[in-house]
Design a protein around this ligand. Structure first.
Ligand code: PBG
Ligand code: ZN
Length: 326
């Protein structure tokens, strides 16, 4: 006989007691869904590297948003694939650029859909890099921040509620905050990709928007994945510079980083379940290797670690998963 009054299984004996002691819940309020806007008309084309994710032309967006709303989604993160790329990445800040048009379309039709935009240059520059380099091969921060400021302000002008710089340049949050304020957009918030690692899990996304670097890699600006204190420094700097929300990216393999940031700082934390995480899980479920509640589990783990905002390509399926969670 086990003589032990401490019996943790008592609190697991029924669905009701499990629900009563549950520490975290997922709701549709937690999620942001990434969208990929492309030039052209009548395009709703599945992205080969990301199943059930679509390239959407601007004219198809309101229909898409209506569908997303019906699935409980309240916030989107807009990415763009421009008609053409150039050395200056100018498609990123044209008034009639793809993201700017997409934002105007979405906010024009559904003002209550919260619209965040990805602020970076890599999709728009011929070399696929998030920054400009000097002749010596170092990052040219002055030129890069100049361009990023223009991108952020152009998104705000188009009606974005929030801008999300994903470039990992030094000082960009402060610089963007200053530019937004100077242009009268002090009410537009900044969600900083603060701890963005040089991860191997971005592959499907780079295929989707053709943004793989033409030479080298992103290790000179994205973080080395052996580090965690560096993530805290990046988060602290971004908060000091005015970030409203800080983000960790990727999410699933970086729960320790989310937890560190959650314990240390008092701003909301976001986590980005990236394209590689999505594809791995999606394929495992499709092949019957895992059941679909593995998706729910991956999201709950992200929330439990301390993220209160989760950016995920699974957002369309979550309402259904929540209904089945016990
Ligand atoms: C661009 C950007 C990337 C992602 C978001 N913004 C790719 C990269 O940094 O190479 C990745 C998103 C994903 O993999 O889902 N700076
Ligand atoms: Zn980039």
């Amino acid at each position: 006989m086990i003589n032990n009054k401490k019996k943790p299984t008592r609190l697991r004996a029924s669905a009701t007691i499990r629900a009563l002691v549950r520490e975290n819940v997922l709701t549709m309020d937690d999620f942001i869904y990434p969208l990929f806007a492309v030039e052209g008309t009548e395009i709703r084309k599945e992205i080969p590297s990301m199943k059930e994710q679509y390239h959407l032309s601007v004219d198809m967006l309101s229909e898409e948003i209506a569908m997303l709303k019906s699935k409980g989604i309240r916030a989107v993160l807009v990415f763009g694939e421009p008609k053409q790329k150039d050395d200056e990445g100018s498609g990123a800040f044209f008034e009639d650029g793809i993201v700017q048009r997409a934002v105007r379309e979405i906010k024009g039709t559904y003002p209550d859909m919260f619209v965040a935009t990805d602020v970076c240059l890599c999709q728009y520059k011929s070399d696929g890099h998030c920054c400009f380099f000097s002749d010596k091969g170092y990052i040219d921060h002055t030129k890069t921040l100049d361009a990023l400021n223009k991108v952020a302000v152009s998104h705000a002008k188009a009606g974005a509620d929030m801008v999300a710089p994903s470039d990992m340049m030094d000082g960009r949050v402060g610089s963007i905050r200053h530019s937004l304020d100077a242009a009268g957009f002090d009410y537009v918030s900044i969600m900083a990709y603060s701890a963005k690692y040089a991860s191997n899990l971005y592959g499907p996304f780079r295929e989707a928007v053709h943004s793989a670097p033409a030479f080298g890699d992103r290790k000179a600006y994205q973080m080395d994945f052996s580090t965690s204190k560096e993530a805290l420094r990046e988060m602290r700097l971004d908060i000091e510079e005015g970030a409203d929300i800080i983000m960790v990216k990727p999410a699933g393999a970086y729960l320790d980083i989310i937890r560190l940031g959650h314990e240390r700082f008092d701003v909301p934390m976001a986590a980005y379940q990236v394209s590689g995480e999505y594809s791995m899980l999606y394929n495992a479920v499709k092949d019957g290797v895992l059941n679909k509640m593995a998706i729910y589990e991956s999201l709950m783990a992200i929330k439990r670690s301390g993220a209160n905002i989760i950016i995920t390509y699974f957002a369309k399926q979550i309402q259904e998963l929540l209904g089945e969670a016990k």
